[in-house]
Ligand binder design. Structure first.
Ligand code: NAP
Length: 272
């Protein structure tokens, strides 16, 4: 086994592995010598990703078609991996496909988002981190967003869930890092994923889902940042835009930060 597989193997679990940055994370983990459990909702897409990973790397794969917004999701994931030693957990699934005002959507949309973005990653970390601590090695990467820096319109539950993810990863790092388990909260700005292309196309911001959203970071750059910073937790701000946004937010009062985000969202929507 490689040093990487010694430290983080033999299996990784990637939640949100059917496309975009999650599937690229899974491929890179396999390239580094880990077998991967690929989890998302679309079985046929997971099968394609799994076949590609095995063809490119020879790694073993297992696919789990599970909706992480469903109430029993964490239990299903845990049961389906009971026979595997999971040394690395990536929680990527998390974007908001709607970007709508809080009161214009049913409450169940917000509840599902909190279930998928807060409860399930917490439940999975509680389960998989314990044996990692006992082994004295392992890794956990949780995806956050600049939307978690301060509140803004059309992302009431989403932004709040991403603030949870960021602080959860930071806090978990403080407890697990002395045991040899690396925790990283990966904070993304706009990133060129299929989910973002779909959203921007639906909002008329790009002419077709084949087009890259202007100003979006490349998936490969996000994956490179994740692996370069695995041991540099608790938080990694990916790319110059999100680093500048974090600096700006830190330089003004919280109230002004919220006003700034509200204005930025309103003018972006008005530009459509
Ligand atoms: N893209 C951006 O601009 C951006 C910006 C800031 C932060 N982020 C963060 O980066 C992460 C990845 O975002 P993304 O743009 O790739 O979109 P995403 O919608 O989070 O999609 C990523 C993966 O998650 C899976 N997924 C989504 N909902 C799921 C559910 N309920 N159950 C199981 N799997 C589910 C998707 O596959 P299936 O459809 O097959 O289930 C896909 O494989 C998220 O945490 C997001 O908050 C993204």
């Amino acid at each position: 086994m490689s040093d990487f597989a010694d430290r983080y193997g033999p299996w990784a679990l990637v939640a949100g592995a059917s496309d975009g940055v999650g599937s690229a994370m899974a491929e890179e983990l396999a390239r580094r010598g880990l077998n991967v459990v690929l989890l998302a909702r679309r079985q046929e897409v997971l099968d394609e990703v799994a076949a590609g990973i095995t063809a490119h790397t020879g790694a073993q794969t297992r696919t789990l078609a599970i909706d992480l917004a469903a109430p029993a999701a964490a239990g299903e994931v845990i049961a389906a991996t009971e026979d595997l030693e999971i040394g690395f957990l990536v929680y990527c699934a998390g974007a908001d496909p709607n970007f709508q005002p809080f009161l214009s959507s049913p409450l169940s949309d917000a509840e599902s988002l909190v279930q998928r973005n807060c409860l399930v990653p917490m439940q999975l970390c509680h389960h998989y981190a314990q044996p990692m601590v006992e082994r004295g090695r392992g890794g956990i990467v949780i995806f956050g967003s600049g939307a978690g820096f301060a509140g803004g319109p059309n992302m009431v539950a989403y932004g709040a869930s991403k603030a949870f993810d960021m602080v959860f990863a930071e806090a978990l790092w403080t407890e697990l890092q002395p045991s040899g388990v690396d925790v990283l909260g990966l904070i993304l700005g706009k990133t060129d994923t299929p989910a973002l292309r779909k959203l921007e196309h639906e909002r008329g911001q790009i002419p077709s889902p084949e087009d890259a959203p202007p100003g979006a970071a490349a998936v490969d750059d996000v994956v490179a940042a994740a692996f370069a910073n695995l041991t540099e937790g608790p938080t990694c701000l990916v790319g110059p835009e999100i680093q500048a946004a974090a600096q700006l937010m830190a330089s003004v009062s919280r109230n002004d930060a919220v006003r700034f985000i509200a204005q930025a969202v309103t003018s972006a929507m008005g530009a459509n």
